[in-house]
Design a binder for this molecule. Structure first.
Ligand code: COA
Ligand code: MG
Length: 287
C-alpha cells in the first residue's frame, strides 16, 4: 500500500562496495538513493559490501532523502544474508530484484511482519518478460493492506538482456512493455520509476530519455551517476509553464462567479473541474 507522496524524480544507484560513492551519496541532490548489493557488486565482493553498507548506515542513521537497499533475490546464494543485512540498516524500503510473482513480495512482507519492522516498505524490480506478463497480479498488491508494496522500478538492462532487444536503439520496442507497467502502477496506487541510461557522458541523450519517461507517466528515473541528477529533477518536476497554467485554473475557480460552474473558459480553452484537480496536484508536486 502506498504510504508516501514524497517526490521520486531522481533515484541514484550507489554500489554498496564503493565506500567513496556511499560517503558522497548523502549530500547529493537526488530524491532517493538505492544502495545496491545486487548487480553493481561482484560475487567476490558481496560480504565486504554488506559490511560497508552496515557501517555507512550506522554512521549516517538518517538523511534528507529516501534510502532503499537492493538485495539479491532469495533464489541466489546471497539473498538471505542480504535480507538480514538490509533490515539491520532500517532503510525506508527494500528493493527486490527480478520479481515475477506476487508471492515473492508477500513472503518478504511476512518476514518484515515477523521482525516487527512496520516502517520498512517493499519496492520491486520489474525487469524480466515474466514480470511484464504477470504485471496485473503483482500490481494488485498495491491495494492490498499489509503487502508493503510501494514502488515499481524498471530494469531496462535486464529486460534488454532477457528479450534480446538491444539498447538504446530498442527502447522504442521496450516502450510498449514499460507502458504496461506504468498503467498498472497507476491503477493500483504505486509509484513507478524508469530504468537507467547507461551512457552517463551523453547529456543530450539522457535529457531526451528523461523527457520521454516523463510523458510516459513515470514518477522519476533511476540514475547511475551524480551528473544525471539535475536533469532528472527538472524533467520530472512540473514545468514553469505547467505551474503558471495551474495557478490560473485555481485562481479562476476561486472567483465567486465560477463557484457553481462545471466548465469555464481560460485563454480560449475549455477547462473542467477535473482540470482543477490536476492543477491542484501540479501545484502540490511543485511545492
Ligand atoms: N553514486 C555516488 N557517487 C558516484 C556515483 C554514484 N553512483 N558514480 C560516480 N560517483 C562519483 C565518483 O566516486 C567520483 O567521485 P570523485 O570525483 O570524488 O572521485 C565522481 O562521482 C565522478 O565519477 P566518474 O569518474 O565520472 O565515474 P566513475 O568512473 O568513478 O564511475 C560508474 C562510473 C558507472 C562505475 C559509477 O558511476 C557507478 O558505479 N554507478 C552506479 C552503478 C550501479 O549501481 N549499477 C547498478 C544499477 S544499474
Ligand atoms: Mg537487474
Amino acid at each position: 500500500m502506498q504510504s508516501s507522496i514524497r517526490p521520486l524524480r531522481s533515484v541514484l544507484y550507489v554500489p554498496a562496495a564503493n565506500e567513496k560513492a556511499m560517503a558522497k551519496s548523502g549530500a547529493l541532490d537526488c530524491d532517493g538513493v538505492v544502495y545496491d548489493l545486487e548487480d553493481a557488486v561482484a560475487p567476490g565482493a558481496k560480504a565486504q559490501a554488506r559490511e560497508a553498507l552496515k557501517a555507512y548506515f550506522d554512521a549516517n542513521p538518517t538523511s534528507g532523502k529516501q534510502r532503499i537497499i537492493r538485495i539479491n533475490s532469495g533464489g541466489t546464494e546471497w539473498g538471505a544474508e542480504d535480507f538480514r543485512a538490509a533490515v539491520a540498516c532500517r532503510p525506508e524500503a527494500i528493493l527486490l530484484p527480478k520479481v515475477e510473482h506476487p508471492q515473492t513480495i508477500l513472503d518478504a512482507a511476512a518476514e518484515l511482519d515477523r521482525l516487527g519492522l512496520d516502517d520498512v516498505q517493499i519496492w520491486a524490480m520489474i525487469e524480466t518478460p515474466l514480470a511484464i506478463v504477470n504485471i496485473r497480479d503483482i500490481a494488485r498488491l498495491g491495494k492490498m493492506a499489509g503487502s508493503r508494496l510501494e514502488c515499481f522500478v524498471i530494469g531496462t538492462n535486464d529486460l534488454a538482456k532477457e528479450t534480446g532487444v538491444p539498447l538504446p536503439l530498442g527502447r522504442s520496442t521496450l516502450k510498449h512493455w514499460l507502458l504496461q507497467v506504468v498503467i498498472h502502477a497507476r491503477a493500483f496506487g504505486l509509484q513507478v520509476l524508469d530504468g537507467v541510461f547507461n551512457d552517463f557522458g551523453d547529456q543530450d541523450g539522457f535529457e531526451a530519455e528523461c523527457a520521454e519517461g516523463a510523458v510516459m507517466g513515470f514518477d522519476g528515473k533511476t540514475l547511475i551517476h551524480p551528473a544525471q541528477i539535475a536533469v532528472a529533477n527538472q524533467a520530472f518536476a512540473p514545468s514553469p509553464f505547467a505551474i503558471a497554467e495551474a495557478e490560473r485554473i485555481v485562481l479562476a475557480y476561486g472567483q465567486p462567479e465560477n463557484a457553481n460552474k462545471g466548465v469555464i473558459t481560460i485563454d480560449g480553452k475549455m477547462v473542467e473541474r477535473l482540470h482543477l484537480d490536476i492543477a491542484r496536484k501540479t501545484l502540490a508536486k511543485a511545492g
